[in-house]
Design a protein around this ligand. Structure first.
Ligand SMILES: [Zn+2]
Ligand SMILES: [Zn+2]
Length: 353
């Protein structure tokens, strides 16, 4: 399988800057999201900055690359608070001996304050994500608007404010272009389903820009809830995803069901002195719950990952972010920018069967 090679070439296409470099390989230090949001000059620009900033600060905690040293410091303080809490409630309440019973209030208060501060300071703590900024026409380092700038000979647009250089192809959805209302599939979630992969997720596109991503569970919900042509399309995509991780799902669900049955039956028979079931009925009920959970595991998306969805959707020439048709351009590298949402994807070679 040329899968690893494909992934490597996807990284090579425009290169998602792994160590925060601009397109002339110079290190950049991005502004904080809060600073980026404040800098708008027109209503349209401010709107785009606000939306992008809101989204980036929402996903920032999941993206370590956007972390700043102050976030690490905050994590250490939070960790220390938890250790303090354990020490205080454990067998050796040294803090209680020192401070009396007031000590019991300290750790929860410290943790609550830490969580509140971390939540409030999120956009200040986290850095704006360079390729995501450039895609919408802002400098990836300082956030300055790149409107009306012409590319240099190497096809890079140079920021007049900080000198960072960004390849022109990265601007796939400039803030000054007419606003687009991007529709993404939003299938109703099935009741009582166990979701192992979140319905909301984000992925770097081929240009390293962070975009909302369609997840395995979203594909499954689309396949099972949409009707007609659209539904048939989703079902064929889901049929390709379904075999991924099937063995792992089978083993996990069999082990889960077997454990539930063995534990509750042996409990009901009194084989576990510490865990005797009140009755056979209770044992049967616990077994049934275990089997139901195992069945949900088997029917779910466990062991499928977002990358699998990206691969299958690009094979179908669909955008892995908004599910719209990608229009292939005559291009050796098969890099296609989605005309609907502006994300960039690498399509498999056209002659591949
Ligand atoms: Zn700049
Ligand atoms: Zn798209």
């Amino acid at each position: 399988m040329g899968d690893a090679g494909e992934k490597a070439s996807m990284r090579r296409v425009l290169g998602s800057p792994p160590r925060l470099l601009d397109d002339r390989a110079r290190p950049v230090s991005p502004v904080s999201i809060a600073e980026f949001v404040r800098a708008g000059s027109s209503e349209q620009e401010t709107g785009v900055r606000t939306d992008l900033g809101r989204w980036l600060s929402k996903i920032a905690p999941r993206r370590k690359s956007m972390k700043r040293s102050s976030t690490h410091a905050a994590s250490w303080i939070g960790g220390a608070a938890v250790v303090l809490f354990i020490l205080t409630t454990g067998g050796q309440p040294w803090l209680v001996r020192m401070l009396g019973s007031y000590a019991y209030f300290f750790p929860p208060v410290i943790i609550a304050v830490f969580l509140a501060l971390n939540w409030r300071a999120r956009s200040r703590l986290y850095l704006a994500h360079p390729p995501s900024l450039v895609a919408q026409g802002f400098c990836g380092q300082c956030g300055y608007s790149l409107l009306d700038l012409l590319p240099a000979e190497d096809n890079c647009i140079v920021c007049p404010e900080c000198g960072a250089a960004w390849r022109k192809e990265r601007l796939t959805w400039a803030w000054w272009s007419s606003p687009r209302d991007v529709s993404r599939p939003a299938p109703p979630s099935r009741p009582f389903r166990f979701v192992f992969y979140p319905r909301e997720s984000e992925a770097p596109d081929a240009a390293g820009r962070l975009v909302p991503a369609i997840t395995p569970s979203m594909v499954q919900d689309c396949a099972e809830s949409s009707q007609g042509n659209d539904g048939a399309h989703w079902r064929s995509i889901w049929a390709e995803l379904r075999p991924i991780g099937r063995l792992g799902r089978a083993v996990t669900s069999i082990v889960t069901a077997a454990t539930a049955i063995v534990l509750s039956v042996s409990g009901a028979l009194g084989l576990w002195p510490a865990m005797t079931m009140a009755s056979i009925v209770l044992g049967a009920l616990v077994s049934a719950l275990g089997v139901a959970f195992a069945f949900a595991l088997w029917r779910g998306d466990l062991y499928m990952v977002r990358e699998d969805v990206v691969r299958v959707l690009t094979q179908h020439e669909l955008c892995p972010s908004c599910a719209q048709q990608l229009t292939r351009v005559v291009d050796d590298e098969h890099v296609v920018a989605c005309s609907h949402c502006g994300s960039t994807w690498l399509l498999p070679a056209a002659n591949k069967s």
